[in-house]
Structure formats: structure tokens, C-alpha cells
Design a protein around this ligand. Structure first.
Ligand SMILES: *[C@@H]1O[C@H](CO)[C@@H](O)[C@H](O)[C@H]1NC(C)=O
Ligand SMILES: *[C@@H]1O[C@H](CO)[C@@H](O)[C@H](O)[C@H]1NC(C)=O
Ligand SMILES: *[C@@H]1O[C@H](CO)[C@@H](O)[C@H](O)[C@H]1NC(C)=O
Ligand SMILES: CC(=O)N[C@H]1CO[C@H](CO)[C@@H](O)[C@@H]1O
Length: 422
């Protein structure tokens, strides 16, 4: 298993070396041009250094910061764009909640900019757009009692706690604040996993979801094709029981080695155009020309956004078990907790809200076969929609310039239909 982490690091180191090489070659090739562009194209983009509210302000959008405290004491930032800059009419009801993916944050809904970032797009067609965060990323790194830098207990969570505590707290906050009795949910990847976990493990919450749109839902991950993700999450699944200190338990955080180096390399226009798509391709599959170079320069300022070793390793467990089941704590604690040696399955039949599933054929993280399986388990699926681009992959959902044409219309179609305006 040491080799597994080694594999990830070796790939990453290769990408870094390649980056430096391309940079040198490019320099030799047209030094004058680079010199002219250097000022603008090699510094960090303004957006990559911006937090959510600053980012929206960079484009003339007004947004708000809210704070949600979960039942178990985690303090999470929740953002809201109450009305987009280009919305002329009145705001559509009920509110819409966006939940980000693994190792991401609310910022991932902005990174593609106002012409492709879903938070901008939705706000511009007049949805009251709320954007959540989960415990462990840089907007969820506080607790009423625990210190993430010194208390290991802070990091003692996986996606189950995010689904059981974070998501219901966020939903209740929005409903209370707006006086609405329900909301419309749009999740990406892990965001969808939290929704189905909440439905399975809590009661009284499904009723608060008028419709749930799930883009590349990471629920069962039996067929995940990404080698690097398989290796890395498998590694964490194996070693997490022996990790102790907060420094070991917080993984891939903002300001950590991987994020800092990626952001440093990819801020450079030339490298963002040539090498950084390959870094993304190591994680996902290759879809050339889909993600704009400036988006790449920006997104590594916000990705990876950090989580706990257990939450990360939980995906590894899922890849190994090939099931959507609860966390495997090992024989002794499983018996104590579940009364069974093997963790029980999550109950997908309890997800009775209307559901739309959206997936890409070339997604190496969330495989189409797993999405089709999910579609068969759920009791109330309205549509399972394949994005009409053969090379559409996982990260395109969040970063592609083509999202406005390829996924947004489908999302908007259902949100319209289920909104009060209809
Ligand atoms: C280098 O860039 C300059 C400025 O953009 C351009 O005028 C010139 O043609 C380029 N030279 C080569 C060899 O590409
Ligand atoms: C975002 O930046 C603004 C302005 O610098 C600051 O006031 C605010 O506290 C920041 N918010 C978060 C969540 O970091
Ligand atoms: C806003 O108004 C303009 C001009 O009337 C129109 O073209 C545009 O589609 C409207 N935007 C929305 C989001 O309704
Ligand atoms: C910021 C960003 O690019 N968000 C994308 C996240 O995923 C949705 C669903 O596909 C896209 O439409 C958004 O553009």
C-alpha cells in the first residue's frame, strides 16, 4: 500500500518536471512573446486568490456570507447569490442549493467564470442561489470546541457525518432564513452522495427537497476507472486506522504541498495551456479543449480544498467493496456499531424525492455503469441523462466552458418545471 501513495506522488512529480521542461522550451521558442506576456500571464489570476464573495464581486455580482453550525459543532460557511446581475425579472422560488464535490468547495461553482460557472448561470436566470460547504474544506475548518490544528477529533468524520449533520443543517438554515418549506437541490459528485446518505440515515429531510439534480453522482463507485484515484483512496483506506495526529488526518488541504505546487505551476498561462490539463487528466480522463486555460489557472487556487483521511479513504473502501455501504471500521468496531462484521448498505429506497441523474460517458471517476445502476435503485427517477459529448468527463461538469450549452439547459429545464413559476 505504500506503493500506492508512491504511485500518486511519482505521477505528480512527473507532471511537475514536465511543467518545468515545457516552460523552458516555450521560453527558448519565443522569448519576446513570453516577455511581453509575462507580467499578466505568469502571476496568480485575481480569481484564484479570491474567496467566494470577492470572486462574485470581481464580476459585479452581489453575494452574501452566512454561517451554519451543525448539531455536532462544525462551523460552515454558506454563500448566497440572492439575485444575479443579469436577472431582470423577479426571483424564482423556492431557493436552489448547490453542493460541491470531493476535495472541492463552494468556489468550484464559480471557477469557470460568469459564462460557465453554474452559480453565476443559475443566479442570472433568477434563482435564489445558495452554495454550501462541508466540514474539512477551507470554508469548513472551524468548530465550536475543537481546533483542527491540534485536535485529531476534529478530523474524525467521513461522508456519513456530512450527510447526517452538515447537509440537514444547511437545508434547515436556508428554509428558516427564506421562509420556504422546501428547496431544489443540485449536487455534484460527493454532493449527491451526501444527499442519498441523508435520505437513508435521517428522517423528515427528504420532504424538504422538491427536486434533486445529481451531476456525476459518486454513490456506488465499483467501476471507477481513474488509476490515480483508485491508488490514492485505496492507500488511505488502508492506512487511516493508524493515523493519529491532525497533520496526518487532514489530506490535500489548501496550502498543502500538492495544492501549493499545482497553483504555482498552473498560474502560468503557457503551462496552464499545455501541462496542467495533463495533471487533470491524471485524476480524470483527457478532454482536450474543454476547460479554458484561464479556468485552469484559477481552479488550482481552490482545488484540492482538503478533507479528512477517513472521508478520502471511504471512497477507497467503496472501490474495494463495490457497494454503497457504511464506513468499515474493522471487525471489532463494526460489531459494536452495526451488530455485524460487515457494514450495512445504505438504503437508497428512502430517497423518495424526484431525482434527475446527469453523467458523462468518458467520466473516469464516476463511471456511467455505476450511474445506471443507481438509477435502477432509486424509486423516483425522472430522467437519467447522458451529456452529448463523447469525451465529457468528471471535471468538465465543474470546469468546462461547454457546461452552459451541454449541462445547464438540462438542469434549468427541471428547475423551471419544479419551481413555482413552472
Ligand atoms: C513571437 O511573439 C511575437 C509577439 O507576439 C510575434 O510577433 C512573433 O511573430 C513570435 N515569433 C515566433 C517565432 O513565433
Ligand atoms: C472573503 O474576503 C472578504 C474581503 O477580503 C472578507 O471580508 C471575508 O471575511 C472573506 N470571507 C471568507 C469566508 O473567507
Ligand atoms: C433580460 O432582458 C433582456 C432584454 O429584455 C433579455 O434579452 C434577456 O433574455 C433577459 N434575461 C433574462 C435572464 O430573462
Ligand atoms: C463552476 C462550474 O464550472 N460549475 C459547473 C459545475 O457543474 C455544473 C453541472 O454540470 C456545470 O453546469 C457548472 O458550470
Amino acid at each position: 500500500m505504500r506503493e500506492a501513495a508512491g504511485g500518486g506522488s511519482v505521477l505528480f512529480a512527473c507532471a511537475v518536471l514536465l511543467a518545468l521542461l515545457v516552460r523552458r522550451t516555450a521560453c527558448a521558442h519565443n522569448y519576446t512573446m513570453l516577455q511581453q506576456q509575462d507580467e499578466l500571464s505568469t502571476t496568480y489570476t485575481k480569481d484564484s486568490l479570491s474567496n467566494f464573495t470577492e470572486f462574485t464581486k470581481n464580476y459585479g455580482y452581489y453575494s452574501e456570507e452566512h454561517v451554519v453550525i451543525t448539531e455536532d459543532g462544525y462551523i460552515l460557511f454558506l454563500f448566497r447569490i440572492p439575485k444575479g446581475k443579469n436577472c431582470n425579472g423577479s426571483v424564482v422560488k423556492p431557493p436552489v442549493l448547490l453542493m460541491h464535490g470531493l476535495l472541492m468547495s463552494a468556489d468550484s461553482w464559480l471557477d469557470a467564470g460568469p459564462s460557465a460557472g453554474l452559480a453565476f448561470l443559475l443566479a442570472d436566470v433568477c434563482y435564489d442561489t445558495w452554495v454550501g460547504n462541508v466540514r474539512g474544506n477551507y470554508y469548513g475548518r472551524r468548530h465550536i470546541r475543537l481546533d483542527p490544528d491540534t485536535d485529531s477529533e476534529f478530523w474524525d468524520f467521513n461522508t456519513e457525518q456530512m450527510g447526517v449533520y452538515d447537509l440537514p443543517a444547511i437545508i434547515d438554515y436556508i428554509l428558516q432564513h427564506t421562509g420556504s418549506k422546501d428547496l431544489m437541490f443540485v449536487g455534484f459528485s460527493q454532493g449527491c452522495r451526501l444527499l442519498f446518505t441523508m435520505a437513508s440515515e435521517t428522517s423528515g429531510n427528504v420532504e424538504k427537497i422538491r427536486i434533486a439534480i445529481n451531476v456525476a453522482p459518486a454513490v456506488r463507485v465499483k467501476y471507477t476507472r481513474s488509476i490515480s484515484l483508485r491508488l490514492l483512496t485505496g492507500f488511505y483506506a488502508a492506512v487511516s486506522p493508524i493515523l493519529k495526529s491532525p497533520r496526518q488526518l487532514e489530506v490535500l488541504q489548501k496550502g498543502g504541498l500538492i495544492q501549493t505546487v499545482s497553483a504555482f505551476i498552473c498560474k502560468d498561462y503557457e503551462l496552464a495551456r499545455t501541462v496542467c490539463p495533463l495533471i487533470l487528466a491524471i485524476i480524470d480522463s483527457y478532454d482536450p479543449g474543454s476547460v479554458a486555460t484561464d479556468t485552469i489557472r484559477t481552479l488550482f487556487g481552490h482545488f484540492p480544498a482538503g478533507t479528512s483521511a477517513y472521508a478520502f479513504g471511504f471512497y477507497g473502501q467503496g472501490i474495494i467493496s463495490k457497494k454503497f455501504q457504511k464506513y468499515d471500521y474493522g471487525l471489532r468496531k463494526n460489531l459494536q456499531l452495526y451488530g455485524n462484521a460487515v457494514p450495512p448498505l445504505y438504503n437508497l429506497k428512502k430517497s423518495t424525492m424526484p431525482v434527475v441523474l446527469v453523467y458523462g460517458n468518458n467520466d473516469f471517476l464516476v463511471d456511467p455503469r455505476d450511474v445506471k445502476w443507481l438509477s435502477k435503485q432509486l424509486p423516483n427517477v425522472l430522467e437519467t441523462y447522458e451529456v452529448s459529448r463523447a469525451t465529457w468527463n468528471h471535471l468538465d461538469n465543474n470546469y468546462s466552458q461547454l457546461a452552459k450549452r451541454l449541462t445547464f439547459p438540462k438542469i434549468n429545464q427541471y428547475l423551471r418545471k419544479y419551481s413555482n413559476r413552472g
